[in-house]
Write a protein that binds this ligand. Sequence first.
Ligand SMILES: [Zn+2]
Ligand SMILES: [Zn+2]
Length: 430
Amino acid sequence: MKLLIKNGHVIDPANGIDEVTNIFVENGVISEVGVDNDLDGLDIEIIDASGKIVAPGLVDMHVHLREPGQEYKEDIETGTRAAVCGGVTSVACMPNTDPVCDNETVVTYIKKRAEEVGYANVFPVGAISKGLEGKLLAEIGEMAFAGAVAVSDDGRPVENSGMMRRAIEYAKMFDVIVISHCEDPALGEGDMNEGAVATAMGLRGISPAAEEVMAARDILVAEAIGGRVHIAHISTRGTVELIREAKKRGVKVTCETCPHYFALTEEACMGFNTNAKMNPPLRTADDVAAIKEGLADGTIDCIVTDHAPHHPDEKQCEFGYAKNGIVGLETSLGLGIKCLVKEGVLTMSQLIEKMAVNPAHILGIAKGSLAVGQAADITIFDPEKPWTVDITKLHSKGKNSPYDGFELFGKPEYVIVNGEVIVNQFELMR
Ligand SMILES: [Zn+2]
Ligand SMILES: [Zn+2]
């Protein structure tokens, strides 16, 4: 199996490459970069990438695949298909499944299932506490040996500061990262961001402090013990500032945001649009500006989707009863190009750093690079080519996206996972 990707604009920030060149793939592995054009010959599949960007496959370190137990929302097959259609070749999947991924058996099950039916590489995240109950620490070492790359109680905060401290200590011993869903539940009871829009709609507001109080605590705990912590889905100016200051002091804190926190504001909830309901909630225009500043100055390391598929019945209901979260795998690259690259917030190379290089680095996985010898995970797209989001055509089982009808750019045209060209197979099926 030989594949030549010709004349593409290769952007590989991990190796300092940003030029038009060719990539040669043999037996699923990148075997040469900058190879001659005249390799054309028998038994070589050729992709003409002229005018397109050739990037490392994107790495999304915050995804809910819902399997085991909630396959009516999504499963590993459909979730990873949605991923590759969005240019994402590796995902880290959160443990709030049923049963909870809090032991080596579930970690092993997810890995095995992903090998059988998955289109993207799947890296399980184990729970911090047994059953996500916040009472007893899960077997972090066992899960790490079984292949968990991180631990998190995502969906819920770790309320007990002592437990967070022990989780960071154990995670350090087993070389995995703690991902913290920051939310002080006593401040977080509500349906959308606290403020004028919530008041006008008669909905309960969630204070930005719900996120910031917990982010501050996690930073201080990590600082006190010299451990690492990764703050999930940051949404407020205050959290950006806390992390910026902590990084200046040398605290080992990293963080992520999601496209909805730079593409949308709380006003998207108007009309009781449940596809704009999430946790943390959409914030104000000032928060959006702060998120963009944090992305531009390096405070925010990663862009992740927090892909959270739900059944229509869980969204087509009263706002207060609707589940939190949206699907995101198929729109994240397009939103990054539209709201960040085209607006001059990030260069294309910086966007790829935040969507591939940095998450791989934080998780400690050999992804996000087009170096010779790496598994050939490659995403090819034309950032000038517009496309329109049609939620009925999403590959995810979840259609809960607020972006229906949005014009985005750069829909992936070829996505290659371990040397196999995946995406245009699905496009041909349509
Ligand atoms: Zn979360
Ligand atoms: Zn999540």
